[in-house]
Design a protein around this ligand. Structure first.
Ligand SMILES: [Ca+2]
Length: 161
């Protein structure tokens, strides 16, 4: 007779979100992709810790164009964050508003609100808005790049106040 309520209680406790738990995710950010979707949704003000390793080439075949997650000591106009090193690891939080299809080219046009932020080799960042977290390279011309960064993303649980 008592078995069923006990099971129910166990199940209910099991399903309580563990709010103070830290979740760690390892993301591979390819240098020749504009943005890598981490699959993680974040909230504005949420503190996220990033640690990145690896080396990329900003121009395949150019032995001078190598850099790590802090980037190459150079700034250009061809990069999302103009005041940071080219090639540095950066982040973007994006909220997709709508997807429309260009009638002539059939190309998907994503209408999104987004904010960029700097990551580098190690950083703790307060999320600038709520949305999907993406990671990328601080460079616009990524098609000629090579290599990848390995990024550890550590999200602290939101503690109730
Ligand atoms: Ca490049």
């Amino acid at each position: 007779m008592l078995l069923a309520p006990c099971f129910f209680l166990f199940f209910a406790v099991w399903n309580v979100p563990k709010s103070d738990e830290t979740s760690v995710h390892n993301i591979t950010v390819l240098a020749n992709v504009n943005w890598t979707d981490t699959g993680l949704d974040v909230s504005e003000g949420q503190e996220i810790y990033f640690k990145a390793l690896g080396e990329i080439s900003l121009q395949k075949g150019n032995p001078m164009a190598h850099c790590g997650p802090d980037g190459y000591d150079l700034k250009s106009v061809q990069q999302p964050l103009l005041d940071r090193n080219i090639g540095a690891l950066i982040g973007k939080v994006s909220e997709l508003i709508s997807v429309t299809v260009d009638k002539e080219t059939g190309e998907e046009i994503r209408n999104e609100i987004f904010k960029y932020f700097f990551v580098g080799s190690e950083n703790k960042v307060s999320m600038p808005m709520s949305g999907r977290l993406l990671l990328g390279i601080n460079e616009n011309i990524v098609g000629d790049n090579d290599g990848e960064y390995s990024v550890m993303v550590s999200i602290e649980g939101i503690k109730s106040r």
